[in-house]
Ligand binder design. Structure first.
Ligand SMILES: *[C@@H]1O[C@H](CO)[C@@H](O)[C@H](O)[C@H]1NC(C)=O
Ligand SMILES: *[C@@H]1O[C@H](CO)[C@@H](O)[C@H](O)[C@H]1NC(C)=O
Length: 297
């Protein structure tokens, strides 16, 4: 076996292994700490029978069939931080299904929530990613982007970054949405409540695909989505005092207070080429443009 590896990769392989080993030594426990296994940070909240752990809990399979969808949630809530996971969405005809990955304060009256929702489509047609932001109980801030790749062909990384300066939704290394903290201008921003991390897979064929026109084809069930590389970096609440206000947390650092030049270029590219709905432009829905849209968010 090892002979075969050396034969195939030769010196390059050995060099690579040495490089990897020194990286592990230098970075110590951190390498092993993140990403975490599913059960380190999460628990199943809906239908145990529809979530399977695979690869010793480093990945999971979510199942949607006619009996049930499923869901999971983080054991803790967090005050600011960055949450990411790799997701491989339902392949083929996924019309009418919704896979969601979001943060939520779980406080109904004054809900804060940051949503990624992946809306399935008929075979060969692009998946839509809907994002929404609730701040101090008010949502209605939907945007939709059509993905530039097939998200069911492979794993891609979906990230929510939330700090005192802005909220950024990333697809791989591409920001697809930025919501700046403009509290100074009286625009609501989530700063008061911790949020948990959630994910669900369910049927929503009354609205998800072409406004509900496309129904789930149950003859294609069960539907499977896969998740791995669970990574939550944030201040758990309750947790160490001062954690959430600590300006030295890495996600509050200068590099994370605004998009860098490369990110800004990618964000412009997404906005120009892939946005298909923006509530800020929806005059039929809002006779008065929402203030955050005018504030250059
Ligand atoms: C599905 O594909 C159609 C055709 O390309 C597109 O118009 C639509 O936005 C896609 N997404 C959803 C959720 O319907
Ligand atoms: C603030 O965060 C930094 C970096 O994460 C850490 O080294 C430091 O101990 C923290 N300080 C407090 C008061 O929590």
């Amino acid at each position: 076996m090892s002979m075969a590896i050396i034969n195939t990769f030769g010196n390059v392989g050995v060099y690579y292994i040495v490089l990897l080993l020194s990286w592990f030594l230098v970075s110590g426990v951190c390498v092993w700490g993140r990403p975490a296994t599913f059960l380190q940070d999460f628990e199943i909240t809906w239908s145990e029978t529809h979530i399977r752990q695979i690869d010793q809990g480093r990945a999971i399979q979510l199942i949607l069939d006619q009996n049930s969808g499923c869901g999971f949630a983080s054991k803790s809530k967090y005050m600011f931080g960055r949450v990411s996971m790799k997701i491989k969405l339902i392949p083929g005809d996924s019309a009418g299904t919704v896979t969601a990955f979001y943060m939520n304060s779980d406080t109904d009256t004054v809900r804060d929530e940051l949503d990624f929702e992946f809306l399935g489509n008929r075979s060969g047609q692009p998946y839509t990613v809907q994002t929404n932001i609730y701040a101090h109980g008010k949502g209605d801030r939907e945007q939709r982007v059509n993905l530039w790749f097939d998200p069911s062909a492979d794993f891609h990384t979906y990230t929510i970054m939330w700090n005192h300066h802005h909220i950024v939704f990333y697809v791989d290394d591409f920001p697809i949405r930025v919501y700046k903290n403009s509290e100074g201008k009286g625009i609501p921003y989530p700063t008061m409540q911790a949020m948990g991390v959630y994910s669900t897979l369910w049927e929503a064929d009354n609205w998800a695909t072409r406004g509900g026109l496309e129904k789930i084809d149950w003859s294609k069930a069960p539907f499977y989505a896969y998740y791995k590389d669970f990574d939550i970096e944030g201040c758990p609440v309750p947790g160490p005092a001062n954690c959430a206000s600590n300006q030295s947390n890495w996600w509050e650092g200068a590099a994370y207070q605004a998009l860098n030049a490369i990110e800004a270029r990618r964000y412009r590219w997404v906005r120009l080429n892939h946005i298909i709905y923006d509530y800020c432009q929806d005059k039929s829905r809002f006779s008065v443009t929402p203030p955050e849209c005018l504030a250059g968010i």
